[in-house]
Design a protein around this ligand. Structure first.
Ligand code: FES
Length: 160
């Protein structure tokens, strides 16, 4: 199966897409080059004395590759310990798609970056407490904070 076919399959039914209101940790990464952003939410559990990811979700204002990799990553992360998740590289997260074309490598790296940010938050910062109704808690809210013009960043909704 070609990369394009695998990509189309993956984005036809993306998994775990959407904000997680009861997340323990959240990570966000943006790419100034292409203007895309990915946010990843994680929910942890305790298993055999280890912190384990039991749920992951994402929002993406990015290209199809970023959405596909984020979807695969959120599935892959379930059941992984924080230590195991920290070992994952973008190539692991996008493994099902096969090697990414050179122009798309940063799309996978962006998902890895959001994961790193979420895992960093786990140990270094307070968990997110804002209710989802507060502008800024969603990725779209951050990109278009209430009362502010969206500046240079233009949000384009993806076609269904
Ligand atoms: Fe920028 Fe894919 S995330 S083109």
């Amino acid at each position: 199966m070609s990369f394009e076919d695998k990509l189309q399959n993956a984005i036809a039914n993306p998994q775990n897409m959407g904000e997680m209101t009861d997340a323990d940790s959240v990570g966000t990464v943006g790419n100034p080059e292409c203007g895309d952003m990915v946010r990843l939410w994680l929910k942890f559990d305790e298993k055999d004395g280890k912190k384990v990811i039991n749920k992951a979700s994402f929002q993406s204002f990015g290209c199809q590759t970023a959405i596909a990799v984020a979807s695969m990553a959120t599935e892959m992360l379930k059941g992984k310990t924080v230590e195991e998740a920290r070992e994952l590289k973008s190539t692991d997260l996008s493994e099902e798609l096969g090697p990414l074309p050179p122009m798309k490598i940063h799309c996978g790296e962006m998902v890895e970056g959001a994961l790193r940010d979420a895992l960093k938050e786990d140990s270094d910062k307070e968990p997110p407490t804002q209710p989802s109704s507060v502008p800024g808690n969603t990725l779209l809210g951050d990109m278009n904070p209430a009362g502010k013009k969206s500046g240079k960043l233009k949000v384009i909704k993806l076609e269904e």
